[in-house]
Design a protein around this ligand. Sequence first.
Ligand SMILES: [Ca+2]
Length: 271
Amino acid sequence: MQANLKNSLRLTAGALALATSLFAGGAQASSAYHVVLPLAKTRAAEPAKPIGISDFGDYRAWADGTFAQSCEEYIRPQDAAYHYENATGDGIYRISPTGSTPFDVQCDMATNGGGWTLVEYAEDLPLAAYWPIDNINKPRWLPHDFGLKFTSAQIAALRSVSTTAKQRYVGLCNGVAHYADSENKYISALGFRFQTGLVSSNGQQIYTPTGISIVQDGCQANGGEGGQLDKATIFDLENINLPIVNVLVYDNGDAGESLGSPLTQYPARFR
Ligand SMILES: [Ca+2]
């Protein structure tokens, strides 16, 4: 009888006012709520509280010590037992895609809905002349593939649990056309090799495979760019075969021509 009375008190606004006057007086209404709250214990057991995210020092993960498959799974978990709460936000999370050995990644949890797992480069492509001796115009891959922070197996595991990947390639230049040339032809358009081995077209205005768009074409001036960002040619790529590991360059045929890319600032992003 007592419990029923209290429940009915809890359920009506008038009863809350009564409880306020009984326990604390009108000037301290909020403390009256705290007194009433323990009545919830008389109700049927509630569902288990969802498992949130904890900060374990070097990385974040689910509070029960398990790992999501990706940053996307942390922010939008499929399993209702887990919830994106507590130690949330951008930073390093530990993931284990498709049951692989867990590894730590940078998560972007804010941009465009968040849930982006970043696949980062180990180093930039320095602004340099890559064929200083044999300086003629012809399509050539750079002498070395770009170094990545993760193994091919780790990236493959992440790819297998992702639906899209995006990357920006910022082509810094000094006299090296990256897309259109100064005569508005496209023989100098870069080719791209993806981490899976997929290779785009090169030397033409329209790319195959699709998913490559040109944001800015500063290198079209074909001289005087000085490797500056505001005079770079910038490509946006969207392809599950990312990240880019090499570019095919045509225009590198004069002494003093150089190219480079701030790769570490533009990781591939999987979601
Ligand atoms: Ca040139």
